[in-house]
Design a protein. Structure first.
Length: 400
């Protein structure tokens, strides 16, 4: 356990200038796709568009009648449909949210939106169950010039944005190490690779760029997992295995990333969901929290104490805050609105969104590479040549 775990997580203010969400000029008709009982409207994506200037929420789709009515009440949408394909065809929205948390629906929904007249899609994370699914989704968007952003809300939060500027300004010298931990709760291991792991891998990619290799170990009850341990994951997320994952990643410039997920004896929680970024001249730490400050230690390997006394961390407050355009029911709502605003700016500027589909595929690949490396028994190169889920491929090839 590092010294960063003992830092205060009080809710700070954000003094100084406030930076608004990315600007866009156009007007957009928006539609939301959900499925009550099959992933619902996850992490407030149904209300991510509310209050954004120039965005009119014209329709929601949900095959569940009661869920559909509730979505209309929450969003104020003028039309509601049981069939999302019918909604896309009749309402012809420019902007579409693909909101269910159940992953087995994600590919069909994104491709249907891309093949309509949509110009932009905002999709729940992780992007897909496997890399071949992600490849097909991105190909459909690319073929029609559709911008796809994925709900990795940390990218829009003040602390990671401040940290990226500090790295660029030389605050920690030469970047050397990225360390990330999810919640270490009952989902620790295989499920956390997708649920919070893709958030952490996306942040690693934000600071370190593309990963070039992975070396991982996946265990269950203290033994190495095999293909026989693969089971269907929650949220229709494909196969998963293991209750303990330790993975290492290589980036350019001798930068190494480390990810650890386990089921801790204290039941885990948000206090563990954090990242440390170290360089030759110091370490920066923050939590996955829109109110998190950034902490700085002038040591590349922070110590619990020095000869002069307890270790000192400097608290750095971001001088910008997420602008809450409209109230939401999720703590991730401000991040959603920042990323949607950036997505629409990306449409108008013909650039990649900050939380791009390509970046989300890279984060998913890092998660699945942990299985690929473990089953391979050593380091594997990225990008992965095999695009099928590693556990699916291994399970299909094993002899019972």
């Amino acid at each position: 356990m590092t010294a960063a775990l003992h830092l205060s997580r009080t809710q700070p203010g954000h003094p100084g200038a406030v930076e608004a969400a990315p600007r866009y000029k156009g007007a957009y008709r928006a539609g939301v796709i959900g499925h009550t009982g099959r992933g619902g409207f996850s992490h407030g994506l149904d209300v991510a568009f509310l209050g954004l200037p120039g965005v009119e929420l014209v329709a929601v789709a949900d095959p569940d009648e009661a869920g559909r009515a509730a979505a209309v009440a929450r969003t104020g949408a003028t039309c509601a449909y049981a069939d999302y394909v019918e909604m896309l065809g009749r309402e012809r929205p420019d902007l579409v949210a693909v909101a269910p948390s159940d992953l087995d629906q994600r590919e069909a929904m994104v491709i249907a939106a891309a093949e309509s007249v949509a110009r932009a899609i905002y999709c729940e994370k992780p992007l897909a169950r496997s890399l071949d699914e992600a490849d097909r989704m991105l190909a459909a968007c690319a073929a029609r010039g559709v911008k796809l952003a994925v709900a990795h809300q940390n990218r829009g939060m003040p602390a990671p944005r401040l940290l990226k500027r500090l790295i660029a300004g030389g605050k920690i010298g030469t970047l050397r190490r990225l360390r990330a931990w999810p919640k270490q709760d009952s989902r620790g291991g295989g499920l956390e690779l997708l649920i919070h792991g893709t958030h952490m891998f996306d942040l690693m990619r934000l600071f370190g760029g593309d990963a070039h290799w992975c070396h991982a170990r996946v265990t269950s009850g203290g033994r190495d997992v095999t293909a026989a341990d693969a089971v269907p994951a929650q949220h229709a997320a494909g196969l998963m295995a293991g209750d303990d994952v330790v993975a290492e990643y290589g980036f350019g410039g001798a930068v190494t990333g480390q990810f650890e997920s386990m089921r801790s004896d204290d039941s885990g929680g948000s206090a563990y969901l954090r990242m440390e970024v170290s360089g030759s001249a110091g370490t920066l730490a923050f939590w996955s929290d829109q109110a998190s400050p950034v902490y700085f230690s002038p040591r590349p390997h922070p110590l619990p104490q020095t000869r002069a006394g307890p270790a000192e961390w400097q608290r750095l407050e971001p001088t910008e805050a997420l602008v809450l355009v409209s109230p939401g029911r999720s703590t991730l709502h401000p991040g959603n609105q920042w990323l949607v605003s950036d997505l629409l700016a990306a449409v108008e500027e013909d650039r990649a969104p900050h939380a791009s589909g390509e970046g989300a595929r890279g984060a998913l690949e890092m998660a699945l590479a942990a299985y690929e490396s473990h089953l391979h028994g050593g380091r594997v190169a990225l990008p992965l040549e095999q695009r099928e889920h590693p556990l699916q491929r291994a399970s299909a090839g094993r002899k019972d």
